[in-house]
Write a protein that binds this ligand. Sequence first.
Ligand code: PXG
Ligand code: PLP
Length: 442
Amino acid sequence: MDEITTPRPNDLEAFWMPFTANRAFKAAPRLLARAQGMLYYTPEGREIIDGTAGLWCCNAGHGRREITEAIQKQAAVMDFAPTFMMGHPIVFQAASRVAEITPSGLDYVFFTNSGSESVDTALKIALAYQRARGQSQRVRLIGRERGYHGVGFGGMSVGGLGNNRKQFGAFLPYVDHLPHTHAPEHNAFSRGLPKWGAHLADALENLVALHGDTIAAVIVEPVAGSAGVLIPPEGYLQRLREICTKHDILLIFDEVITGFGRLGTMFGTERFGVMPDLITMAKGLTNAAVPMGAVAVKNEIYHTVVDKAPEGIELFHGYTYSGHPLAAAAAIAAIDIYRREDLPARARAMEPYFEDALHSLKGLPNVIDLRNFGLVAGIELAPRPGKPTDRAVRILQRCFDAGVLIRTTADIIALSPPLIIEKPHIDRIFTTLAEAIRAEAA
Ligand code: PXG
Ligand code: PLP
């Protein structure tokens, strides 16, 4: 294991790292150089258990041969072809495969390259739909406090994370926000859906009272990931759906994290039994092997925008790489794996063990909440006085040194392992984490 498998870079300076403390990182880098199954390897060959599926995206585990081969094969057949006024066979196949796994009735798929692009695309489709059906006064978009919808101007505007907004000044106009659902005073240490808080969805009624019939769409994450694993209260999403339907407002589920088996069903919509009008996705779509995102829309939305348009282009939107052949090949192969191995069911079967392991951390110093749903867990820590994020980042470093990759936002640790995880991995992850939490309290 000491064998050097990948050379270290000789200069870390030029790469402006995303969402990273660049100065601290470049002074003490943490590098991942190789990956297989549940494991990453450092350039020195040290094993790191992947507790986060990369960034919530390698749901089928790393280095899946079928996906690699599909990409290699496609690269040799055709590197690229436009999808603007041209087509190539594999992108149509990929769209059909996605339509097969989305809820029936959401059978049309627009391709993007990321979650951020999927969100902006969904918001634009929602606006175009309202206009196409003669409701052009519906220009308002409603997000939620503590929501994360990527970093485009649309997603940032409906997003609800102050840190992601404060450097940038200008946002989309006509945006409002629902209150977030995090209520540790009622729901701390909940297993699964917290019991308190369905009524928080009623805040949408207040926004309707304020904005009348000018709301085009509401966008929420079924389970908020980036903001620190906020699990929706029982009945909350149902209530939101009812109010949207009552007032003729589109409901967008941002399933960039919750899609592809994460919650024990292919999409969160199935687990919750709530049907949105649009679903945004990315990450697990290709098992992260090639960047790709998508938006699935209700048939009526497609038909309204497309059939009601005058002859010619119906939607003035698209990316050079919408439906890139390599991404399309990777998506088809990844979806085949999710279905063949029934990874959503596997996640569901592993959930009770994962939940028990998580809640075994109760009582450790500074652990103020533990929450979980599907194969997602949040561990909330009391911040170090005057030094927010410090405790969590130091725990991350300790875990990395001990061979476990975790993810932190502020003082919340998020876990979202590949769905192929086995019980011994779960044991290792939580034992390591418990030691790190104890060590940081000392
Ligand atoms: N919507 C949701 C719900 C997301 O979680 C995006 C949109 C944006 O996707 P892209 O592909 O543009 O990053 C996301 C992304 C983390 C973390 O550790 C989460 C995301 C990205 C990076 C880190 O919480 N979510
Ligand atoms: N900027 C310029 C100058 C472009 O020509 C294009 C696309 O043609 C873009 C941005 C958008 O790039 P993409 O389609 O990859 O999102």
